[in-house]
Ligand binder design. Structure first.
Ligand code: NAD
Length: 497
């Protein structure tokens, strides 16, 4: 916790020295081309820094270094207990620099400073330490061999990992990858989103300070179609891990096939149903949760509860509770510790969200809350948390991922119909069910095609549970020991005795 006021954060923002260069082999460095791009804050349109605009030449340099470091064994063959110690120091350094990292995150992508400080930075540090803690407690296997054979089933680091991440939780998404990727001994090249590169660039130096050898963790800021694409096509990147949109995820699968068949693990989009049955144990709690599920992080959440499915018999009681609860989520200056809804990441994203609000009107949905841009005088990109009632699942706002604070309310008459609507989407990331009937809860949870299902809550979970999607929400899982599968190859060694 911190006692810093908005004025304190503003002062710190003024004093902040922001690094915008790439990080390769333990050094900050300009892009080979010398190109840069501007990093503009969505808080108020201020220029934060110029950022190295990396491309294929930088990717080449970083991959060569990462490969050399991997082959040297300085990290990949280090005893797991020693890697663990470095990962724990890395996590501790994130915490020690929490205020600076939180400020960078908030200025860069517009989320409330209280969230950056209390959710993003601790969550990122926890992802590093949890994976680091695990690495010297995992054992490999001995196969059930005949008497004269010994079969060892061991895990090895895959080698060079390219990690491409989005802008909605820049530091946390990066650390969900870095935790298991580094702990298992790989060399990593992180490409943050061009919309939010600052914390990734900053933590690269913290990794070296923590004792992770130079060249093990590299950061290449830049655009997706340049440096991102170069990593995806590189013949010496062994594994590509990605969090971002389904559209780009599909392109990465193609790039893998066009190049070296690198493993591709994808955490992609979502359009998650939040199903409230008439027998929900606490309608007030369900309403507050539904409001938070669409307003938290400005709705820029892959698991946002963007489709609220409500049983018809309670609709007239329940919807006013949601509308009331949403009034507690109010856009404000993200540097004010009391703010719980910040700015959307940039003008482009704001316009996308506003165009979906237009589509809701055009398709005949009924606006019952929000619906407009707000705080325009600040120069920032703010949109009111918005609710449309009378949505059918075929409407554009119910089918497409908006990635903003726009909730679609859809009514159903039976559990069967709720499940059908919930699953009628190309996505399968998450879902929630509210009911006091334990059998209904289990049966509905089983029928939902989603990687995470929450019962009588929204967005539960921690590092102990895997996170990822069914269908076009992706493959593989972040978090938990299952995440280690993405960063290791299984080897069978068969010894004749
Ligand atoms: P995006 O797909 O536009 O970009 C993600 C990353 O990919 C960025 O770093 C971007 O620069 C890079 N990229 C873009 N084009 C590329 C290309 N041609 N080749 C290689 N890299 C390229 O997504 P976004 O707008 O940054 O993030 C929002 C999306 O992320 C949403 O769809 C959201 O659901 C998803 N997301 C998913 C999860 C999850 O765990 N499933 C978590 C957070 C966000």
């Amino acid at each position: 916790m911190t006692t810093l006021t908005r004025a304190d954060w503003e002062q710190r923002a003024k004093d902040l020295k922001i690094e915008g260069r790439a990080y390769i082999n333990g050094e900050y460095t300009a892009a080979v081309s010398g190109d840069t791009f501007e990093c503009i804050s969505p808080v108020d349109g201020r220029l934060l820094a110029t950022i190295a605009s990396c491309d294929a030449d930088d990717a080449q340099r970083a991959v060569e270094n990462a490969r050399a470091t991997f082959n040297s064994g300085v990290w990949s063959r280090l005893a797991p207990a020693k890697r663990k110690s470095a990962m724990l120091r890395f996590a501790a350094l994130l915490k020690a620099n929490a205020e600076e990292l939180a400020l960078l995150e908030t200025l860069d992508m517009g989320k409330p400073i209280s969230d950056s400080l209390n959710i993003d930075v601790p969550g990122a540090a926890n992802a590093l330490s949890w994976s680091g803690e695990a690495i010297d407690k995992i054992y490999d296997e001995v196969a059930a061999t005949p008497h004269d054979q010994l079969g060892l089933v061991t895990r090895e680091p895959v080698g060079v990992v390219g990690a491409i991440v989005p802008w909605n939780f820049p530091l946390m998404m990066a650390c969900w990858k870095l935790g298991p990727a580094l702990s298992t001994g790989n060399s990593v090249i992180l490409k943050p989103s061009e919309k939010s590169p600052l914390t990734a660039i900053r933590i690269a130096a913290l990794a070296v300070e923590a004792g992770i050898p130079k060249g093990v963790f590299n950061v290449l800021p830049g655009y997706g179609h340049t440096v991102g694409n170069a990593l995806a096509l590189h013949m010496d990147v062994d594994t590509l891990v990605f969090t971002g949109s389904t559209k780009i995820a599909k392109q990465l699968l193609i790039r893998s096939g066009e190049s070296n068949m690198k493993r591709v693990w994808l955490e992609a989009g979502g359009k998650s149903p939040n199903i409230v049955f008439a027998d929900a144990p606490d309608l007030q709690a369900a309403a507050e949760s539904a409001a938070g599920a669409i307003a938290f992080n400005q709705g820029e959440v892959c698991t946002a509860g963007s489709r609220l499915l409500v049983e018809r018999s309670i609709k007239d009681t329940f919807l006013p509770l949601v509308i009331e609860a949403l009034k507690g989520w109010k856009p404000g200056n993200p540097l004010d510790p009391a703010t719980n809804v910040g700015a959307l990441v940039d003008t482009q994203q704001m316009n996308t969200v506003l165009s979906y609000i237009e589509a809701g009107h055009a398709d005949g949905a009924k606006l019952v809350a929000g619906g407009k841009r707000t705080l325009e005088e600040t120069g920032g990109t703010y949109v009111e948390p918005t609710i449309f009632d009378g949505v059918t699942n075929a409407m554009k706002i119910a089918q497409e991922e908006i990635f903003g604070p726009v909730l679609s309310v859809i009514t159903f008459d039976s559990a069967e119909e709720a499940i059908k609507i919930a699953n009628d989407t190309v996505y399968g990331l998450a879902a929630a069910v509210w009911t006091a009937d334990i059998s209904k809860a289990h049966l509905t949870a089983k029928a939902l095609r989603a990687g995470s299902v929450w019962v009588n809550q929204y967005d539960g979970g921690d590092m102990t549970a895997p996170f990822g999607g069914f269908k076009q929400s992706g493959n593989g899982r972040d978090k938990s020991l299952h995440a280690f599968d993405k960063y290791t190859e299984l080897k069978a060694t068969w010894i004749k005795l």
